[in-house]
Write a protein that binds this ligand. Sequence first.
Ligand code: MG
Length: 257
Amino acid sequence: PVLRVHILRSPREIALMRKAGLVVWQAHQLAAELVRPGVTTAEIDATIDEHFAKCGAIPLFKGVPGKTPFPAATCISVNEEVVHGIPGPRKLKEGDVVSIDTGCKLGGWCGDAAITHPVGKVAPEVAKLLEVTKGVLDLAIEEMGKRRLWSEVAERMAQYVREAGFSVVENFVGHGIGREMHEEPQVPNFVSGGLRRNGDFRLEPGLVIAVEPMVNMGTKRVKGLPDHWTQVTVDGKPSAHFEHTIAMTPEGPKALT
Ligand code: MG
């Protein structure tokens, strides 16, 4: 197998990325306070957009090119929406799950993170979906400190989700992050022939990646909606998404967000 070589960041650069990561983390704290039945996804987006402006940070998602440029500072995806949902007038309801994904650039460095929240009380199986998706991100961070290669981490992530009875989305993956939001390498949450052949990479100090497992309650298959952005599960069952920007340091992996 060919191991890819990627840009490594100095401790100074990682300290600067931490500043961007903290602004993203604060954005998620503000959003968490708003999540309740009756709030619209546009209100959550506006709060995060304002927070970035106050911090002198640039929202990274706004204007991402596609068939139409992404119009908001956050991707907000409800229930069967997996990722890339567009904030709007939709009101959250008791029992929904809402994934909020956002990133910013501060002082030229990027941070990116996602959290899925329950809205009020959710069904036990849905609560388990959130627990397992958060759990697989925590597992990845822990394993990054113990393994030599990303494929070893990805294999354990996929196994953890499979054993819980859910499925890992394979159409979308995590990514390197630094000066830009999306850099090399691709960071899949599962192992494929491609990862083993020529996509694998060493977990060495200075590597900074956004790890973002997306877990579906039913089938792993997803499809795009006509808005050109929103991805939904093919079977209409709920999906969850958690993400952190993580730096490998000599002391082990550190979540910057
Ligand atoms: Mg990301």
